[in-house]
Write a protein that binds this ligand. Structure first.
Ligand code: FAD
Length: 341
């Protein structure tokens, strides 16, 4: 078999990182990224990019922890290299605060982030409405620079990237041996996945360079995440809402909630409003599938449905998707050598 041709559909953080892992695990593969949108027009560009895992109820915790750990280790190495600023990756310390003590005081990821501990009474004085808190250091991706950094690495390894809307996976059958589906919420329509639903998120990106620590309310709804140039203020989680239009009253509500956690934000400048649709599912669809039609077969790997936690686990799921691509290629090589006998 000649160099296997792999098409990765989607150019958000999942598609780009999966394409990169495929080039690393299968250097002989010819990899192409096809997408109807690239950065800065993906959901991944809207995200805050904080490495604080979201829990997938349909996936074993040890698997989620492995994905998070692989992602943290990968980004930690970038944050500790000369490429950190260009890639938009940096360490950030702060607090997750709770109005009531949570049932689970030690989340499953507490030994992956750095220096996880309960907050002291003195620290909690900063948050008079909260009774319990956790302090730790984690990583943050500034999303558009990180996506551009991934694109640059892909181009350097010879990966082709084309703007193209895919309307049926079968249209790729004559050109590619393996198709990797990283279409985010686009998979709802393209593969008719009824288990995939949007969770609309609205955030503000503001200029407030004096805010250095992250603050997250444990309910996951209100958060302040400082990046290299801008601070992300969030947010909303609106299930099954497809609208990408910013809502003015929501903007005011987010701003007020964040100011009640960090009053100095009253002086924030240059407020931009962004909206994205989290591609949500009970579990990430990370799976190999062989499609059949009229005697033809198409090897497909799905990697979508990362919901509110795509940045937190992207490298771990990309590595697993690349391993599944390897299985597809082994199956194709097996069938082509049997055909020659
Ligand atoms: P996308 O970024 O949507 O990429 C999908 C790609 O597929 C796009 O390029 C699209 O153009 C392409 N595509 C779709 N359909 C087709 C088609 N038919 N043909 C061709 N191409 C197609 N996660 C975290 O870990 N930490 C955070 O702090 C965080 N904050 C967030 C804040 C908000 C407000 C939102 C909305 C999300 C946040 N997330 C966060 C979640 C994270 O953004 C997602 O999990 C992640 O971006 C999903 O990446 P993706 O590549 O699957 O999807």
């Amino acid at each position: 078999m000649a160099a296997p041709k792999v098409a990765v559909v989607g150019a958000g953080v999942i598609g780009l990182s999966t394409a990169l892992c495929v080039t690393e695990t299968c250097p002989s593969c010819s990899v192409t990224v096809l997408s109807d949108q690239f950065s800065p027009k993906t959901t991944s560009d809207v995200a805050a990019g904080m490495l604080i895992p979201h829990t997938y109820p349909g996936t074993p915790i040890h698997v989620q922890k492995q994905w998070f750990k692989e992602t943290f280790t990968y980004l930690f190495a970038i944050s500790n290299s000369a490429e950190a600023a260009e890639a938009g990756i940096h360490l950030v310390s702060g607090w997750q605060v709770f109005k009531n003590t949570p049932k689970e005081e030690l989340p499953f990821w507490s030994d992956v982030v750095l220096g996880f501990r309960s907050m002291s009474e003195a620290e909690l004085q900063k948050f008079p409405q909260h009774r319990f808190g956790q302090a730790f250091t984690t990583l943050k991706c500034d999303c558009p620079p990180y996506l551009l950094w991934l694109e640059k690495r892909l181009k350097a390894t010879g990966v082709q990237m084309y703007t193209r809307k895919v309307t049926d996976l079968w249209e790729l059958h004559s050109e590619y041996n393996v198709v990797v589906n990283c279409m985010g919420i686009g998979a709802h329509q393209l593969v008719g996945d009824e288990k995939l639903f949007p969770v609309r998120g609205q955030v503000l990106k503001v200029h407030a360079p004096w805010v250095k620590n992250f603050i997250r309310d444990g309910d996951g709804l209100t958060y302040i995440y400082p990046g290299i140039h801008r601070v992300t203020l969030g947010g909303t989680r609106e299930k099954d809402i497809w609208s990408l239009s910013p809502d003015h009253s929501t903007t005011q509500d987010i701003f007020d909630r964040c100011c009640s956690l960090e009053p100095s934000l009253q002086e924030a400048q240059e407020i931009q409003v962004k909206v994205g649709l989290r591609p949500s599912r009970r579990s990430v669809r990370l799976q190999r599938e062989v499609l059949s039609q009229g005697g033809l077969k198409l090897q497909v790997v799905h990697n979508y449905g990362h919901g509110a936690g795509g940045f937190s686990v992207h490298r771990g799921t990309a590595k697993e998707a690349a391993r599944l691509v390897g299985e597809c290629i082994a199956a194709l090589q097996g069938s082509s050598s049997r055909a020659k006998l």
